[in-house]
Design a protein around this ligand. Structure first.
Ligand code: NAP
Length: 305
């Protein structure tokens, strides 16, 4: 794959930025990758492990002469970062992001960007419960979808290059408008995370009664919940604060279904339960057929990520 950008700047040096840098290096997509993180500690770690080609100590130096700037910070930090980089952006460059929520990010970032800078938001549908500069790996985006969310009047060439970048990093790409994106991820990612956080919280409360039993006899279902519920607290706080409407809509539907299942259990309505579980099992098969998970024991998760 040929080089797409001469210089790429990554703001925030955590799981997503680290994985992007390694995936870009793997395919030779950027001439140089420069990076910046808020804390000196993260910047030092990034230098030590060679997360990217060069780590800068200021936002201004990081974005200087960059052809692509990618905001890889928590959604709640996008506004202040965009405001600070805006005066230093190269005319005609592209600004993108990887935030998990899109309406709030567009509203926070777009007003700061000068005329002539292209804004092409994106969201890779790939992640793990790990965070920080040491958590990235080159294959994170392989065979995963990246949703690109063009804003009004996006420049076709700039848009195409962002598609090419994500494809070069191993992803499939698709486009959605910001509101639709936020609803889709509320169903597929945000609400499931909230449910996992809740279930682990409930087990923790129970743990005080049953002591270590919850951990000792932790079965696959619960273990998967604990993995999801170990995700970064800052990132997920910001997700729920900024994707409020869509998450509340899906949670409302979830609660209704839960009450219906609760009633079926109380009334001994086995047909209801069986029909429901038959329908949901078909969804699992669909995900495996679409290549988005494996049928291997323990979901093929060897524990590395
Ligand atoms: P992460 O590993 O926690 O890294 C976040 C990085 O942002 C850190 O380097 C942190 O710097 C920096 N940062 C935080 N606040 C900042 C600020 N105010 N100014 C400058 N830098 C700041 O996070 P991540 O998992 O890569 O997530 C990054 C983005 O990708 C988020 O918007 C998230 O919603 C999105 N996303 C995440 C996943 C996932 O599963 N993790 C998947 C798809 C998209 P310090 O280390 O110095 O604090």
């Amino acid at each position: 794959m040929a080089q797409i950008y001469d210089r790429v700047a990554l703001i925030g040096l955590g799981l997503i930025a680290g994985s992007m840098s390694l995936a870009m290096r793997r395919a030779g997509l950027a001439g140089e990758v420069v990076g910046y993180a808020r804390s000196a500690e993260t910047r030092d770690t990034a230098r030590e492990i060679g997360l990217c080609d060069r780590v800068c100590d200021t936002l201004a130096d990081t974005v200087k002469d960059a052809d692509l700037v990618v905001l890889c910070v928590p959604v709640g930090a996008m506004d202040s970062v965009a405001a600070e980089i805006a005066p230093h952006l190269k005319p005609g460059c592209t600004v993108s992001d990887v935030g998990s929520v899109k309406q709030a990010v567009v509203a926070a970032v777009a007003p700061h960007l000068p005329e002539g800078v292209h804004f092409i938001p994106a969201h890779p549908m790939a992640g793990t419960e790990h965070s920080g500069p040491r958590s990235g790996f080159a294959t994170l985006f392989d065979n995963r979808w990246c949703i690109i969310v063009p804003v009004e009047g996006s420049d076709p060439d700039a848009l195409q290059r962002v598609h090419d970048l994500w494809k070069g990093m191993g992803s499939f790409t698709d486009e959605m408008d910001p509101a639709h994106h936020d609803l889709v991820v509320a169903v597929t990612s945000h609400t499931p995370h909230l449910i996992a956080y809740t279930m682990v919280g409930v087990a923790d409360d129970l743990g005080r009664v049953t002591d270590s039993e919850v951990i000792k006899f932790s079965a696959a279902g619960f273990r998967d919940f604990t993995r999801i519920a170990a995700s970064d607290p800052t990132m997920w706080r910001d997700v729920f604060l900024t994707n409020k409407e869509a998450t509340l809509e899906i949670l409302g539907r979830f609660t209704e279904e839960l009450f219906a299942l609760q009633r079926a259990i109380r009334q001994g309505d086995g047909d209801h339960l069986h029909d429901y579980f038959t329908r949901t099992r078909a969804i699992r098969r669909g995900i495996i057929e679409a290549g988005q998970d494996t049928d291997a024991p323990n979901f093929g998760r060897g524990g590395a990520h």
